[in-house]
Write a protein that binds this ligand. Structure first.
Ligand SMILES: Nc1nc2c(ncn2[C@@H]2O[C@H](COP(=O)(O)OP(=O)(O)O)[C@@H](O)[C@H]2O)c(=O)[nH]1
Ligand SMILES: [Mg+2]
Length: 345
């Protein structure tokens, strides 16, 4: 999702510098060149080194994401993955290194231009390369840190936080994946999610001609009590609140999922108190649920919150799923678009 620059190691940078020196040679090495030619060659070398390091440092310093301008969902996940202070420090240090390169270059140019003999040039070269090497090696901890940060950032889930997003929750086996399949136009995509062994399953559908809606199944995240989570896991789960325009919470009123109604109601209660997003509750498996099971579930749901909107569906054949989507579009997608229109001109 995030497009990241390549982060070289200190060794790679140094090799790059040495490579520039070797690739720039005098045209006919058998002839002993005069001091003017040596001077011109050496000036070209230091200039190329400056350009190479300047571009590389700039690409790293400006190419890595600027935390404060990221969507809060990504920002929260990134801050769980990497040390924010070290990240900012590392980028600042690499950015400043462009200035140090410029100053080392200026000194070298003066020394090379004032050379009157071959030895003066060799001396200027030694000094230039030693200073460049120190600069590069001094950046080692920061470059290593940024490299490992980039590897972690690449694993962030590939989703569009700007889309209207339905987050699907509920205990295992209640029919979450089936629901996502029912409403998605294509095959849901899999996105990695840091801190959990599982992934997100991301589906899409289009409403109102061409408004894209995203529906995310979160196996392993919103399917067991939040109170059982460790701190990091919990934060990774709660980052979803920046994403969830609406939560669809699925309950299996039959005993087929292996989880009792009470366990499911407890999770619903937790999700309701941890997320600000509106919640729509689906009673699933109505193809096999008895009237008693449905009524019992409905009354327990009302016990959590009188005003919760419920739908009865059967995701095995997608019965009722269209009604859910129509409800979400009419009551949440359209109002949000109208609100967004009001903010623009
Ligand atoms: N009878 C019945 N079974 C269903 C229904 N929806 C899902 N299932 C079954 O319940 C099991 C779990 O479904 P799945 O969508 O994988 O649940 P998830 O773990 O919440 O993602 C599967 O065996 C489904 O076939 C339904 O509406 N009726
Ligand atoms: Mg599933």
């Amino acid at each position: 999702m995030l497009k990241l620059p390549y982060i070289p190691t200190s060794e790679e940078l140094w090799n790059g510098v040495v490579g520039i020196y070797f690739s720039l040679q005098t045209k006919s090495p058998s002839v002993e060149p005069g001091i003017d030619r040596l001077t011109r060659l050496e000036l070209r070398r230091v200039k190329e080194v400056r350009k190479y390091l300047f571009n590389t440092f700039r690409d790293v310093a400006l190419g890595m994401p600027f935390l404060d301008s990221l969507h809060p969902f990504y920002k929260e996940l990134i801050e769980l993955l990497i040390d924010r202070t070290m990240y900012k420090h590392s980028l600042a240090k690499v950015g400043h290194a462009t200035k140090a390169v410029a100053s080392i270059y200026r000194d070298a140019v003066i020394a090379i231009k004032s050379a009157t003999a071959r030895e003066d040039i060799v001396k200027a070269r030694r000094k230039f390369l030693a200073r460049i090497r120190d600069l590069i090696m001094d950046l080692k901890p920061e470059l290593d840190f940024l490299k490992s940060a980039a590897i972690k950032l690449e694993k962030l889930p590939d989703i569009d936080p700007g889309l209207f997003t339905i987050v699907v929750a509920g205990m295992p086996n209640v029919g979450k994946s089936s629901f996502v399949r029912c409403v998605s136009s294509g095959k849901p995509k899999v996105a990695e999610y840091p801190f959990t062994t599982r992934e997100l399953h991301v589906g899409h559908f289009t409403v109102l001609n061409d408004v894209k809606v995203q529906v995310i199944d979160t196996p392993g995240l919103l399917d067991r009590p939040l109170s059982e989570r460790n701190r990091i896991e919990l934060q990774a789960i709660l980052a979803l609140r920046h994403l969830a325009s609406v939560i669809v919470f699925i309950i299996d009123p039959t005993n087929h999922s292996g989880y009792s109604l009470s366990e499911q109601i407890n999770l619903l209660r937790e999700v309701r108190s941890s997320f600000k997003s509106p919640i729509i509750v689906l009673l699933n498996k109505t193809d096999i649920a008895t009237a008693d099971e449905v009524n019992e579930a409905l009354s327990r749901i009302r016990g959590v919150d009188e005003s919760l909107v419920t739908f009865q569906v059967s995701t095995i054949n997608c019965n009722g799923c269209r009604d859910v989507i129509r409800y979400v579009v009419d009551n949440h997608v359209i109002p949000r678009m109208i609100e967004a229109l009001g903010k623009s001109r």
